[in-house]
Design a protein around this ligand. Structure first.
Ligand SMILES: [Zn+2]
Ligand SMILES: [Zn+2]
Length: 344
């Protein structure tokens, strides 16, 4: 089969190769990939700047949808021909975290497309326990956003304890930031601020329900939030950039007693961390890591209900052969979500 392989740990070093189709175990299924998204993490691995260790050569790709073409002999709950997505974390199912529904914290977790071969390929395999069926009113294209939407809904709905009427700030208007905005709107946020550095993305934020957008190149997001909240700040600030400066902004723009929710993946430590601001103002800092098994059902039901829209976040669909263009569009932030289409 055709696959896009990261071959060496240096910028670029990715090529389309003819490789063996994955062979499945008794408890696994084989999926013919329809759409696969390029994630910020994929871009960092492509450019060899990612803090996540990875063994090469590796086929990346963890945001995908497709159709089941083979099932292992022990698989009873997934059938050939079904349209599916797969949880990315392959976990042990036995540790205290797996047993209490927090699979994202499993010490043995190995993500598809990072710890094992992923979906930048015509076929990908996954344990049947990871599989979720796509509701009939959700397209394969939209379903490819289930993974990033799971990241967003885990942060907003499962972790942050958002309540109707809360004021919210989202720092970062990439795919995750925009999906966080959509989840916050569904959860009943009263006023939503979104800050970013690119007009094209902020425009989409407005169309998806942001009340105020702030272009960081022109205005200071902290000042803007303070000005429009009578100097109080927001109940919850979500950081979705992985930039240490955004964490400082999130802490500064959060109301006394409020929450700072960290979703971005960080490769650098925070240099200026005002502990007194946290302590004396009783702010809560929450880390959010990927998603639980339950989050995937939540994300698919949000898509199926139509309350969260994936299509406005998808700006480009390209064939696998044009992967370089896809990475470049994402690097220049011209795109929001680039999908590659494997089977026309
Ligand atoms: Zn990702
Ligand atoms: Zn486990």
């Amino acid at each position: 089969m055709k696959a896009l392989v990261k071959t060496e740990w240096k910028p670029g070093a990715m090529e389309i190769r003819e490789v063996e189709k994955p062979s499945i175990r008794r408890d696994e299924v084989l999926i013919k990939v329809d759409y696969v998204g390029i994630c910020g993490t994929d871009l960092e691995i492509y450019e060899a700047t990612s803090p996540i260790p990875i063994k090469l050569p590796r086929i990346l790709g963890h945001e995908f949808s497709g159709v089941v073409t083979e099932v292992g002999e022990e698989v009873t709950d997934v059938k050939i021909g079904e349209r599916v997505v797969s949880e990315t974390g392959v976990v042990c199912r036995r540790c205290v975290f797996c047993k209490t529904g927090r699979q994202n914290l499993c010490p043995y977790r190995s993500p598809i497309g990072i710890g094992r071969d992923g979906a930048f390929a015509e076929y990908v395999k996954a344990p049947s326990i990871n599989i979720h069926k796509i509701p009939s009113n959700v397209s394969l294209k939209e379903a490819a956003l289930t993974e990033p939407l799971s990241v967003a809904s885990h942060a907003v709905i499962e972790r942050s304890g958002i309540r109707a009427g809360d004021s919210v700030a989202v720092i970062g208007a990439g795919a995750i930031g925009l999906l966080i905005l959509e989840c916050a709107a569904v959860a009943g946020a009263e006023k939503i601020f979104v800050s970013g550095r690119h007009e094209n993305r902020l425009k989409v934020a407005s169309s998806l329900g942001a009340d105020v957008t702030v272009n960081e190149r022109k205005e200071n997001p902290v000042d803007k939030v303070m000005e429009l909240t009578s100097g109080l700040g927001v109940d919850i600030a979500y950081e979705a950039t992985g930039n240490p400066k955004a964490v400082e902004q999130a802490i500064s723009m959060t109301k006394k007693g409020g929450k700072v929710v960290l979703v971005g993946v960080h490769s650098k430590p925070l240099e200026k961390f005002n502990i007194h601001n946290i302590v004396s103002n009783e702010k809560t800092i929450l880390g959010c890591w990927t998603h639980r098994s339950s989050t995937w059902d939540l994300a698919l039901s949000l898509l199926s209900s139509g309350k969260v829209k994936a299509n406005p976040v998808i700006t480009h669909v390209l064939p696998l052969e044009e992967f370089e263009k896809g990475f470049e569009l994402l690097r220049r932030r011209e795109a929001i979500k680039v999908l590659m289409r494997l089977h026309p």
